[in-house]
Design a protein around this ligand. Structure first.
Ligand code: ADP
Ligand code: MG
Ligand code: MG
Length: 529
C-alpha cells in the first residue's frame, strides 16, 4: 500500500494558476460536451445553450492497488447481479409485496406486482441487459489501520455519468499536457491517469443486446427519458456512439410520449414506436421496431405520476425487446438486496463450490448492514438500555449506534438517506410496517483532510441563474464508480464486461450526499498514487 499523504492533497496553486486552470477547464468542458442544459430551459424543444458540468480542477488520489481491485471485482459483481435478477424466489422474498420490502414501500410493491403478473403470463424475452455502476469510497476504518475499498451501493438502473466522466478524465489529461499543472506534484503524471473509455464500453453493451434481439428488418434502440432532463449530453454521447460505431439508431421518448407512441403486437410481442409526422408532411408515419429499451427514467416514484404511467412501463416490460433493466433487475438494485446479501451465508448461496472465493472478495468491500425490522442480528454492537419493549433489535441498534450510521430506503437518485444525529428522531416516525423498507448501514470513513478545487458554472447551484463562475477550495470526499455490463438469461450470462470505465465524483465534506446533477458535487477523475 502506498504511503500517500491524503491530507497534503491538493497541492497549493496560486490564484493566478487557479484562474488559468479554471479558464482552460471550463473552455475544454464546453467544447467537448462535458455539459448540461441550463437550469432555466431555453424555449423547448430545441435547446440553444449549454453550461459546463460542475468539475474539479485536479484529479482525486486513489491508491493504485484499490483502484485495480475495484476494476477486477466488477465482473464478479456483474455475475452476482445477473444471478439475483434471475432468482425469482430471492427477489420475491426480499423485494416482494408479501414478505419483502414491497410490503412497506408502494413504489417497490407496484413494480413487483406488475412483474409478477407479467411472469405469470409468460416472459416474451428471456434476456436482460444490465448497465451497472458499483460505487465505492476509500475507508480508513479497517482493522489494520490501512486504507480499504468499501461499497456504497450497486446501481442497476440509469447508471449515469459514463460519457461525462470519460470527458472529465480527458480534461485532466489535457490540463496536464498544457500546463504540466505547474509542476506542483510529482504524482500528476500521464502514467498515473488511468484510461477511461466508458462511452464505447457502455455502447457496446447496448449494441450486443441489439444484436442478440436479432431483428428481421430494421430496429432501433429506445431510450426512455425524463421530461426536462438536464443531463442530456451524458445520454446523447451514447446515442452518437451507437449510430457512428454500430449504425444503430436511437429513439428518445418519455413515458408520457410512449403512452400514445408505443404499441405491442399481442401475438409476437414486438414493440413498435410510431412517431408523429411533422406538420405538412405527406408521408404516413411508419412504425419503428424496438430491439432494446434503455431506461434513463423509471427509477423514482415521481416518474409515475399516474397509474397510466405504470401501465406504459408494464407494456414495455411485456414486450420482446431486451430491457435495460428488466423490472427484476431494477429490483435487484434495491438497498434491501444489498443488506440481505450481507447476512451470514447469503452471498455464499450465489457463489458456491469453486466460486466461494468470489463471495469472500465481495464481502471485503462491504460495510455492516442490517434491516430495521430485523428481530435479531448476529452483530455485536451495543444495543444499550434504550431498547424499547416490543421494538425489533434492528431498530434499537440503529438508535444506539446512530452516529456511525446511515439509514436508506428503497430509492435511487440521491437525497433519500437519513444520517447520524437525524436518525433517532426519524425512527420515531416509522411505523412497524415502514421499518421493512429501510436498512441501516455503517458509515464509510474516507481519508480526512483531503481537498480539491471545485468549479461550478455560473447559475448552476439551485438554478439561481445569476451566480458567477466560481472555483472554491474545499475539503472533499470522492466516490469512485466502476462501470460494467451483462447480457444474461436464466440459464447463463451470455456476455459480460467488467472493465468498461469509471466515474469519479467529488463532494464537499459538509454535504452528506453527492448528486452531481443536484449541484452538491462535481465530476472528477483519478490520479493513481
Ligand atoms: P442513491 O441510490 O440515492 O445514490 P446511495 O446509497 O448512493 O444512494 O447514497 C447516496 C450518497 O450517500 C452516497 O453517494 C454517499 O455520498 C452517501 N453514502 C451512502 N452510504 C454511505 C455510507 N455507508 N458511508 C458514507 N457515505 C454514504
Ligand atoms: Mg443509486
Ligand atoms: Mg448513489
Amino acid at each position: 500500500m502506498s504511503s500517500f499523504n491524503f491530507s497534503q492533497w491538493p497541492p497549493a496553486l496560486s490564484d493566478a494558476q487557479l484562474e488559468s486552470l479554471t479558464h482552460h477547464a471550463a473552455t475544454y468542458a464546453l467544447s467537448h460536451g462535458l455539459t448540461y442544459l441550463p437550469p432555466i430551459p431555453t424555449q423547448p424543444p430545441v435547446p440553444s445553450s449549454a453550461i459546463h458540468a460542475p468539475i474539479s480542477l485536479l484529479p482525486a488520489p486513489v491508491p493504485r492497488s484499490l483502484f485495480e481491485r475495484a476494476q477486477s471485482l466488477q465482473s464478479v459483481y456483474n455475475t452476482l447481479y445477473a444471478r439475483i435478477a434471475t432468482n425469482d424466489e430471492f427477489l420475491d422474498r426480499e423485494m416482494g409485496a408479501e414478505v419483502g420490502a414491497g410490503k412497506a414501500d408502494e413504489f417497490v410493491r407496484t413494480l413487483w406486482q406488475g412483474w409478477k403478473e407479467i411472469r405469470e403470463e409468460g416472459i416474451a424475452q428471456p434476456l436482460h441487459l444490465g448497465l451497472f455502476r458499483s460505487d465505492y469510497l476509500l475507508h480508513t476504518g479497517g482493522e489494520d489501520g490501512g486504507l480499504g475499498l468499501k461499497q456504497v451501493e450497486f446501481n442497476t438502473i440509469s447508471s449515469s455519468f459514463g460519457p461525462l466522466s470519460e470527458r472529465a478524465a480527458a480534461m485532466h489529461r489535457y490540463l496536464h499536457a498544457l500546463t504540466d499543472y505547474y509542476g506542483v506534484s510529482p504524482d500528476l503524471r500521464p502514467e498515473n491517469f488511468p484510461p477511461n473509455n466508458t462511452t464505447s464500453g457502455l455502447a457496446n453493451g447496448l449494441a450486443e443486446a441489439h444484436k442478440a434481439y436479432n431483428a428481421k428488418g430494421n430496429a432501433s434502440i429506445l431510450f426512455v427519458v425524463q421530461p426536462n432532463e438536464r443531463n442530456v449530453f451524458d445520454q446523447r454521447w451514447l446515442e452518437y456512439e451507437l449510430l457512428e460505431k454500430h449504425s444503430i439508431r436511437v429513439v428518445r421518448q418519455t413515458f408520457d410520449e410512449l403512452a400514445s407512441s408505443a404499441t405491442l403486437n399481442p401475438e409476437s410481442r414486438v414493440l413498435q414506436i410510431t412517431l408523429p409526422t411533422p406538420p405538412g408532411s405527406s408521408s404516413s408515419p411508419s412504425p419503428i421496431e424496438i430491439s432494446t429499451i434503455y431506461f434513463r427514467a423509471g427509477y423514482v416514484p415521481t416518474d409515475f405520476p399516474t397509474p397510466a404511467h405504470y401501465t406504459t412501463r408494464f407494456l414495455l416490460e411485456r414486450s420482446r425487446a431486451i430491457k435495460c433493466p428488466t423490472i427484476p433487475l431494477q429490483l435487484a438494485g434495491g438497498k434491501k438486496v444489498q443488506e440481505a446479501l450481507s447476512q451470514p451465508g447469503a452471498v455464499e448461496k450465489f457463489f458456491g463450490g469453486p466460486e466461494a472465493e468470489h463471495a469472500k472478495e465481495l464481502r471485503e468491500t462491504w460495510m455492516r448492514m442490517w434491516a430495521l425490522d430485523a428481530p435479531n442480528t448476529p452483530l455485536s454492537l451495543p444495543a444499550e438500555a434504550d431498547h424499547k419493549s416490543g421494538e425489533p433489535l434492528g431498530t434499537a441498534l440503529a438508535r444506539a449506534n446512530a452516529m456511525s450510521l446511515v439509514l436508506k430506503p428503497q430509492r435511487e437518485g440521491g437525497g433519500n438517506n437519513i444520517y447520524k444525529s437525524d436518525i433517532p428522531q426519524f425512527l420515531e416516525t416509522l411505523s412497524p410496517q415502514d421499518r421493512q423498507a429501510w436498512i441501516a448501514m455503517e458509515l464509510i470513513v474516507p481519508p480526512a483532510g483531503v481537498g480539491g478545487y471545485l468549479v461550478r458554472a455560473g447559475g448552476m447551484n439551485g438554478g439561481a441563474g445569476a451566480l458567477p463562475e466560481k472555483t472554491v477550495r474545499s475539503e472533499t470526499i470522492s466516490e469512485l464508480g466502476i462501470f460494467g455490463w451483462a447480457l444474461f438469461g436464466k440459464e447463463k450470462v451470455v456476455e459480460e464486461q467488467g472493465n468498461v470505465g469509471w466515474l469519479m465524483r467529488t463532494k464537499g465534506v459538509e454535504s452528506n450526499e453527492g448528486g452531481v446533477a443536484a449541484g452538491f458535487s462535481v465530476l472528477d477523475s483519478v490520479v493513481l498514487v
